[in-house]
Write a protein that binds this ligand. Sequence first.
Ligand SMILES: CC(C)(COP(=O)(O)OP(=O)(O)OC[C@H]1O[C@@H](n2cnc3c(N)ncnc32)[C@H](O)[C@@H]1OP(=O)(O)O)[C@@H](O)C(=O)NCCC(=O)NCCS
Length: 345
Amino acid sequence: MRTIRRLDPDELESVSRPLRRYAFGGSPSASVPPPVPEPHDQAETFVAVVDGRTAATVSVESFTQNVRGALVPCAGISRVASHPDLRRGGNVRALIEHVHGQYAERGYVTAALYPFRPSFYTRFGYVTLPRARRLRLELRTLATLPGGDEVECHLVEVPDDDGVAAVLAAESAFSAAAHGSVVRSSPAAAAREAQRGSPWACVARRGGRPVGVATFATGPLGGTVVVDRLLAADEGVRAAILRWFAGHGDQFSAFEADFPPSARPELWADDVEYSDVSEIRLPRETAPMVRFLSVDVLPEPLRALSERDLADAARVAFGVAPVVEENRAAPDAFPPVDPFLGRRF
Ligand SMILES: CC(C)(COP(=O)(O)OP(=O)(O)OC[C@H]1O[C@@H](n2cnc3c(N)ncnc32)[C@H](O)[C@@H]1OP(=O)(O)O)[C@@H](O)C(=O)NCCC(=O)NCCS
């Protein structure tokens, strides 16, 4: 018999972790075990138990997503795994459907994830969004980018309380501005994530208010500065942040970060040099997927469409498949827009 339940935090180690370690951890080599990615401390973990054995596990974290300007609760799904002896038994389907129902009841509007294989999650109503562009820009070519002259950029040390507060404020400006963006809904969880992440941040302020951030770790002299998250409320903010990094031309040669899918640096300024290092390679390098959990808050044409086809409603709302009947009738209602989550999870 199968039962599904939510784990108490003190059960995580014994009930769910063995499956997650088997699915994602790799085998221990020598005396140093490989790191096992763990859900964030605010995650909820659910398991399917079959005849007393843990058959499947999934973790869910709470986020806020911007869908065409509306900020809605979003369930971030991760660490989906089933016991190798019990695969293809419907346990993951039962578990994911349970989680969708639970979060819909709590008022969550979307669910988002990075799949190991998109076709697996298509079965559950998820649709693929375009992958962020991973670009490596030559720093010396960014010094003259136009725009955002009124934006001031400063270095902060993230673990400091002031640094964390600045990162969170910039994150919330990005959340309000960027369609598709996903940020943690709990400020305490967001602060803990920032403290554990990259040690440095460039915070961009306009009129004293944070409007953008790039969190990063410094690399070897002459190497590439790898940016963990580059979140900018608009293009002027992004230009100002990139110019700030261009001031590091003696320290680093290149700047690597995720940009919105339609980013075209060749149009930002003459002479910009860059490489696109984006990759889609299953199971680790994949594009994000989203699904509607509840459609009550959607505007009417989308609600009607979702009753016919939930996936099409998500495609239209997120702007990745504008040509369906509703859009032909009102082409301006849901114009194509560039969804950018701004994070992985
Ligand atoms: C992927 C995995 C979670 C599937 O678990 P499972 O117990 O076999 O899943 P279920 O039996 O509930 O199958 C659910 C559906 O997906 C299908 N399915 C199962 N494995 C699949 C796969 N690898 N690719 C595509 N579809 C698959 C099933 O046929 C079933 O379809 P249906 O319900 O429409 O008939 C499991 O193989 C696993 O733990 N793999 C290792 C960890 C991993 O890759 N996790 C994913 C991280 S995002």
